[in-house]
Structures are given as C-alpha cells and as structure tokens.
Design a protein around this ligand. Structure first.
Ligand SMILES: C[S@@+](CC[C@H](N)C(=O)[O-])C[C@H]1O[C@@H](n2cnc3c(N)ncnc32)[C@H](O)[C@@H]1O
Length: 280
C-alpha cells in the first residue's frame, strides 16, 4: 500500500492510527532556508513549531519502530546556529523520545572558500525510538560490508584486559567473528548527492539520495512494514520504500512537489505495489 497525501503534515498525521508506523525517515524544511521554495520557520521559533509534530510522531510510531531526522543547522555571520541541538534535546526531554544514536551522512562537499571553516561534507541523522532501544527492529547485516582481512587477523591476537563496558573484542566469540562473511556497517554513511539544487532545480531544491534512505529502511524495517515521510518533497523515501516492498505514507504541503513525488513513485521500475491517493 502506498498512500500519498497532499496537505499539512501537522494536521494530516492526526488521521494515522496509534502505534501503526514502523519507520519515519524525514528531512524537514531547515530553519531560515529556501524561503522562496517552500514554507519554513525561523531558528528562534523552530523547536516550538516542530513539537506538536514530534508528539504525533511519538503517538503513531510502534515501540519497535525508529524515527530518523535529517537536519543540519546553517551558519550565520560565521557562527553555526544551535537550534538543531535544542530540537534534539526537546524531542528527548519534552516530547519523551529515547535518543538512540546520531548518524553522520558523508556526502560530496559544496565547493567554496569559507572563512574560518572547511567545506561542509556531512549532515547528521538523529535516531529516536519510543520503546526500549535494545528491542527495536534491527537488521545489522542488511547493509553489511565484506569482512576485511585485517579485521579477521585481529581476532587471532592475544587479548589483554577486558574493559568494564564489555566493548571491544574481549568477551566476544572470536571464532564466530572469523566465520562471518559480512561486517556490520558503522554509523557513518557515505552516499554522494546525485542531484543538487542547481542541476535539478526543476525537480526539487533539497532531494536526498536514494542510497541514504535505503540504508535506514533496510537496516531498521522488514518487508511489508510501514514507512512514513511527513515532509515528502519529491518522494525519495517513497521510491525506496516501494522498491523494497515496504508500505509507504507520504505527506507533502506544496502541490508542485506533491505532483513530482506522485510521478516519481508511480514510474515503472519503482516497485510493484498498488497506489492509493488522497488529496488534501
Ligand atoms: C527538505 S524538503 C524534503 C525533500 C525530500 N527529502 C526529497 O528527497 O525530495 C522538505 C519538504 O517539506 C515540505 N513541507 C514544508 N512544510 C510542510 C508541512 N507543514 N507539511 C508537509 N510538507 C511540508 C516542503 O514543501 C518540502 O518539499
């Protein structure tokens, strides 16, 4: 089932039943950015603006589900704004999410000579859940990489002193590790942006790459689970969800982007499930 909804996600999300969604992957409008393209909020009002949506996301997410938020604060007069840190703390302290982890999405840097700082080549993706973080849906090898020779060699080294935290090789079954074909990926994901705001202006100014979404959907859901993107934009999350045989709910405010998302998700080769539309 694919359900595409045109309208305001703060309202439309209220129609989604409690604890019915397995994964939310979204990139909301960043504060003080792209004002000519779509509605957004200033950094000062951002946390209060987002909170009602956070409360709804918490209501509809299954206890085994995951909420991933991709957002990076801008710089102004040489200083990086801190509203995203406030947002993450608010989602934990006032909305009541468990904060599982922070991922780093490494991408191609936008060229430029900035004063006092280097090119920006990563964006964070914050991971929240509502239940016990140790019991969320998790497929650690779904995006596994082939074991490196040197990693296998490490398992033969003499072990010295186990750390109290139980981390590291000590305490692990090294024979099992040697027999593994795949290694778990890290929380640093390298996917270059295939489009950008200049080359693909006619599409959408802020599309994220399919490979980024694929990593999270494969690692934290199973087939026939339900994925939501409340700020759907051009529909990238929907395209990947459909290809991977997940159900998808997408909400987009702007008609022009909604139409683009609908076309992209519908396009032949983007999966096999039937589409149902609801126009807001
Ligand atoms: C950063 S873009 C998302 C881009 C998307 N990840 C993609 O790959 O195309 C944010 C989107 O949220 C939409 N938006 C802004 N406010 C919204 C609202 N209240 N409800 C639903 N969509 C909204 C904007 O029109 C914009 O398309």
């Amino acid at each position: 089932m694919i359900k595409l909804i045109q309208g305001d996600c703060f309202e439309k999300i209220k129609d989604i039943p409690n604890e019915s969604v397995d994964l939310i992957f979204t990139s909301p409008p960043y504060a003080d950015r792209r004002k000519k393209c779509y509605e957004g909020k200033s950094a000062d009002e951002y946390v209060d603006w987002f909170r009602p949506l956070g409360i709804e996301i918490k209501r509809i997410l299954k206890p085994t589900g995951s909420f991933f938020l991709n957002i990076k604060p801008h710089t102004n007069k040489g200083e990086r704004n801190l509203y995203v840190f406030d947002l993450v703390c608010d989602l934990k302290r006032n909305v009541g999410f468990m904060f599982v982890d922070e991922f780093s999405w490494e991408k191609n840097a936008f060229p430029g000579k900035l004063k006092g700082r280097f090119k920006n080549a990563f964006e964070p993706v914050y991971h929240f859940t509502t239940g016990n973080p140790n019991q969320i849906n998790f497929n650690p090898l779904a995006c596994g990489t082939p074991m490196k020779e040197e990693s296998i060699a490490r398992t033969y080294r003499k072990q010295c002193g186990a750390p109290k935290s139980g981390s590291g090789m000590t305490g692990m079954n090294t024979t099992n590790i040697r027999n593994l074909k795949l290694a778990r990926p890290s929380n640093v994901i390298k996917v270059n942006n295939v489009s950008n705001q200049f080359s693909d202006k006619q599409l959408h100014p802020a599309t994220f790459p399919e490979g980024l979404v694929e990593f999270f959907i494969k690692s934290f859901t199973n087939e026939n689970d339900t994925v939501l993107d409340p700020f759907m934009g051009s529909g990238t999350t929907g395209i990947v969800a459909k290809k991977l045989n997940r159900n998808f709910i997408g909400i987009e405010l702007e008609e022009q982007y909604f139409e683009i998302a609908k076309k992209r998700i519908e396009a032949p080769g983007n999966g096999r499930v039937s589409l149902r539309y609801e126009l807001g």
